[in-house]
Write a protein that binds this ligand. Structure first.
Ligand SMILES: CC(=O)N[C@H]1[C@@H](OP(=O)(O)OP(=O)(O)OC[C@H]2O[C@@H](n3ccc(=O)[nH]c3=O)[C@H](O)[C@@H]2O)O[C@H](CO)[C@@H](O)[C@@H]1O[C@H](C)C(=O)N[C@@H](C)C(=O)N[C@H](CCC(=O)O)C(=O)O
Ligand SMILES: Nc1ncnc2c1ncn2[C@@H]1O[C@H](COP(=O)(O)OP(=O)(O)OP(=O)(O)O)[C@@H](O)[C@H]1O
Ligand SMILES: N[C@H](CCC[C@H](N)C(=O)O)C(=O)O
Ligand SMILES: [Mg+2]
Length: 495
């Protein structure tokens, strides 16, 4: 493709040099540039991509897209907003792949990964091939690709959509993070359905206020079917949680057809008679396509919300309630979410990805509903992330567990002691007895401690890292898997 064709939609772009140069690929990381690429310079959070333009040219880049003129010998395109330009170029270069797929975007503070997996299962059971994009992995056909971000940058995203089209996928089911929405990673994506799970505190380091956080999530709905033209060509739907206040705002800003799900408020898909025990969760559901009873293997009221959201998507896609029920009832859970580590011991060990106040509270309340013995909660908080959630999580941990084992999560560039100190502020504020909590900085030792203490019928909840198989420390990332460590600890306690 010629450079002039790639940049044609950007009306205000300024061209320096030959616009007819042939472009073989588009790249945003100088380390990955190949001969014939167009290199896009992005002003990052840690470094400035413009500083790598020279290196990109040495690697074979034949043109540069940037926000200021650079002293280079290859053609340059100067734009006002390189991130915006990148989203537009990626969509064009990969030939508008999201228009060839039914894209289902799921946003919300908690439950995105779980809900996307439930939707994938419902669609797969009806013979559909879905690409999956999210925290745990990216899946294209049968290929699994490691994911650095929950929602990748526009270039990788559009490239992945194009691969999904190529392998014959008819759906793409993706988590849409608030960061991605705010940074324009998903700009121009042609969504068929937008799903909202919930909005509670997280990421205030980035968004600063809950209102701005909500507004970022709102971009999914304001960008969904915002013209009558697209409504006529293909129906667009916003699936909203009737029990979450933010849904009213999302309803106002979308032109898509709104379909609600909920438990406590009136909704188009509404659950009643919920019963939770250690084996699972049962409920009745009333929908615009009839009523049915469901027995989930997943536990907790929050699991009902995730199931309702996925069910609503299934109904929109014309799948029968009976078929949706069969799919949902087969799922025992998602990797690292409420995942039991079972070595035949007489106490329960659960690994979960709760890393926000709301998810920690939900998961502990759920555990409390069936725990016969003491509850241990092993948890920490991530470094270089929202600091204000730390004391709140501390407060919640001691409120709903018998022993809180405060430890490290991914400290990243921060001092682990400082993060723990922030958590302790919340714990101490509650005035709980000092024998209700213990600090063990090393996460492995913290897990081993909880296992060593557990007696018959006790429950150990290891929260925060779920499926993660690494721990990000100041200068290195090490292999770390809560499940492996718990398993070893259980075995060595027995021997
Ligand atoms: C704060 C943030 O979101 N940062 C993202 C951003 O990195 P950045 O802008 O800081 O990049 P940078 O390292 O400063 O580099 C700037 C530019 O120079 C280029 N460069 C850099 C070095 C070099 O040698 N050559 C080169 O060309 C880079 O490719 C980049 O284009 O762009 C990168 C590429 O897309 C992302 O991987 C990175 O996510 C980091 C890893 C991150 O941790 N992000 C979190 C906050 C995030 O986005 N989380 C959400 C999920 C949140 C949730 O809901 O739970 C997510 O969607 O993942
Ligand atoms: N609907 C929900 N409401 C509240 N908490 C939930 C819900 N679903 C899951 N959780 C809790 O949140 C944790 C994370 O769930 P999940 O990975 O599905 O969320 P996510 O939105 O993808 O998170 P992330 O933002 O890290 O990608 C789970 O381990 C569970 O403790
Ligand atoms: N997507 C989330 C994951 C947090 C997981 C937790 N283990 C942590 O490191 O804080 C984030 O980047 O904020
Ligand atoms: Mg996720």
């Amino acid at each position: 493709m010629k450079l002039s064709q790639i940049i044609a939609p950007i009306l205000t772009a300024k061209m320096i040099g030959n616009p007819n140069v042939e472009i073989n690929g588009v790249e945003v990381d100088s380390r990955k540039v190949k001969a014939g690429d167009l290199f896009i310079c992005l002003l990052g959070f840690t470094v400035d991509g413009h500083d790598f333009a020279q290196k990109a040219v040495e690697q074979g880049a034949v043109a540069i897209l940037c926000e200021r003129p650079l002293d280079l010998q290859v053609p340059q395109v100067i734009v006002k907003d390189a991130r915006f330009a990148m989203a537009m170029i990626a969509d064009l270069f990969y030939q508008h792949p999201s228009q060839k797929l039914k894209v289902i975007g799921v946003t919300g503070t908690n439950g995105k990964t779980t809900t996307t997996h439930l939707i994938e299962k419902i669609l797969a059971d009806q013979g559909h091939l879905s690409g999956l994009i999210g925290t745990i992995k990216m899946k294209i056909g049968n290929e699994i690709v490691e994911a650095k971000n929950t929602t990748p940058d526009a270039l990788l995203l559009q490239q992945s959509f194009a691969k999904m089209v190529k392998v014959g996928s008819d759906y793409a089911i993706m988590e849409v993070s608030s960061h991605a929405l705010d940074m324009g990673r998903v700009r121009g994506v042609n969504y068929h359905i937008g799903v909202f799970t919930n909005l509670t505190q997280d990421h205030l380091d980035y968004h600063l206020t809950m209102e701005k956080y909500r507004d970022a999530k709102g971009l999914l709905f304001s960008q969904l079917g915002n013209t009558f033209h697209s409504l006529l060509e293909e129906n667009k739907y916003a699936v909203l949680n009737a029990d979450d206040q933010a849904s009213e705002y999302f309803q106002q800003i979308t032109a898509a057809q709104v379909i609600t799900y909920g438990i406590d408020h009136d909704a188009d898909v509404k659950a009643l008679d919920i019963h939770i025990d250690a084996q699972g969760t049962s409920f009745a559901v009333e929908t615009f396509r009839g009523n049915i009873d469901i027995q989930l293997k997943m536990i907790g009221k929050f699991s009902v919300y995730n199931a309702l959201a996925a069910m609503t998507v299934g109904l929109i896609e014309g799948i029968s309630l009976d078929q949706i029920k069969q799919s949902l009832e087969q799922i025992s859970g998602v990797d690292g979410r409420f995942e039991p580590v079972n070595e035949g011991q007489d106490y329960t060990v659960l690994v979960d990805y709760a890393h926000t106040p709301d998810s920690l509270e939900n998961i502990l309340k759920t555990v409390k509903e069936f725990a016969k013995g003491k509850i241990y909660c092993v948890f920490g908080a991530g470094g270089d992330r929202d600091k204000t959630k730390r004391p709140i999580m501390g407060e919640i941990a001691v409120k709903y567990s018998d022993i809180a084992v405060v430890t490290s999560d991914n400290p990243r560039s921060e001092n682990p002691e400082q993060i723990i100190h922030d958590i302790l502020v919340g714990i101490e504020k509650t005035g709980v007895d000092t024998n209700k909590y213990i600090v063990i900085i090393d996460r492995k030792e913290a897990i081993e401690y909880a296992v060593s203490q557990a007696k018959k019928d006790d429950v150990i909840l290891i929260a925060g890292k779920g499926h993660e198989t690494y721990q990000i420390l100041k200068n290195k990332t090490i292999h770390f898997d809560d499940r492996e460590i718990a398993r070893d600890a259980i075995r060595s306690k027995r021997s």
